[in-house]
Ligand binder design. Structure first.
Ligand SMILES: Cc1cc2nc3c(=O)[nH]c(=O)nc-3n(C[C@H](O)[C@H](O)[C@H](O)COP(=O)(O)OP(=O)(O)OC[C@H]3O[C@@H](n4cnc5c(N)ncnc54)[C@H](O)[C@@H]3O)c2cc1C
Length: 243
């Protein structure tokens, strides 16, 4: 199986803590990796790779690629939940080796002039959207893209300044916080992303290509809602991370 996955050794050159929030905020780390042989993988924004700490290991986990295809490194944004694999990732340091599978997946970003985009991200589900936005920026492609991004607390927004910068490309961002611990100072949306919230901001969104990513509950619930409102299953591109 490992041979089929096309594993390559990479070196970790930077690990950065992206956590800025409250005690119950997710602990997220960015891992930047460079291929040991200098030959980086090609990929389409939205794809994922599997990471192995050792090529002989049976234990691996898959992660969306957050970097841009033109970067000379691969970046993964990983929520360290102290599970089987992430507890081991948490002990890694710059200079360590890690094995990366050939990128794959069906959640492919294919910007198309006939459609504008609707991105829906819950928590660490933002990771593949960084790859997509970085790709648009690398091509200086201005598009009508609307991103709904739910986080527990406002401090949990990953790379907030970078996201704000994409407004120059036409990105409209609606943040929604799901925990109410800010003493009423948050002016934006609250609660999980839902179709009513989308409609309130966009009106008719039927002509948009919908990309969504997050935990299995978020994806299932929002897909059911979108379908109930008339979206066709095949028009909703999704990345499902759970079983
Ligand atoms: C295609 C794909 C892309 C993915 N991309 C990313 C990514 O970019 N970033 C990322 O952090 N994860 C991503 N994941 C999830 C990742 O593969 C692991 O499931 C996750 O890191 C937990 O692994 P673990 O071994 O530490 O936990 P385990 O010991 O395997 O699991 C512990 C439990 O936690 C649940 N769980 C998994 N992720 C979370 C979470 N974020 N919050 C709460 N509970 C969780 C699992 O369903 C399981 O029940 C992706 C998964 C897939 C299939």
């Amino acid at each position: 199986m490992l041979g089929k996955m096309g594993l390559k050794p990479y070196t970790i050159y930077e690990i950065k803590d992206l956590t800025r929030g409250e005690p119950d905020s997710p602990k997220i780390a960015s891992f930047k990796l460079k291929p040991k042989d200098g030959q980086k993988f090609d990929f389409v924004p939205g794809m994922f790779s599997s990471l192995f700490l050792n090529p002989e290991d049976k234990l691996f986990r898959s992660y969306s690629i957050a970097s841009c295809p033109t970067d000379d490194y691969m970046e993964f944004m990983i929520e360290l939940i102290n599970g089987k694999f992430t507890s081991r990732l948490a002990n890694l340091k710059a200079g360590d080796e890690i094995y990366v599978s050939e990128p794959r997946g069906a959640f492919l970003y294919e910007p198309d002039d006939s459609h504008s985009d609707l991105f829906l991200a819950a928590g660490i589900g933002i990771a593949p959207f960084f790859s997509m936005l970085r790709y648009l920026k690398s091509k200086d492609m201005k598009r009508n893209v609307c991103l709904f991004y739910s986080i527990k607390h406002r401090e949990d927004i990953v790379n907030a300044a970078e996201l704000e910068g994409y407004k120059e490309l036409g990105l409209n961002i609606i943040y929604t916080v799901t925990r109410d611990t800010d003493n009423g100072t948050w002016q934006g949306e609250r609660g999980r992303i839902n179709t009513q919230m989308i409609q309130n901001h966009l009106g008719d969104y039927a002509s948009r290509t919908i990309y969504l990513c997050g935990g299995i509950r978020f994806v299932k619930d929002i897909v059911d809602e979108l379908k109930a409102k008339g979206a066709k299953d095949e028009e909703i591109k999704r990345d499902i991370w759970g079983e």
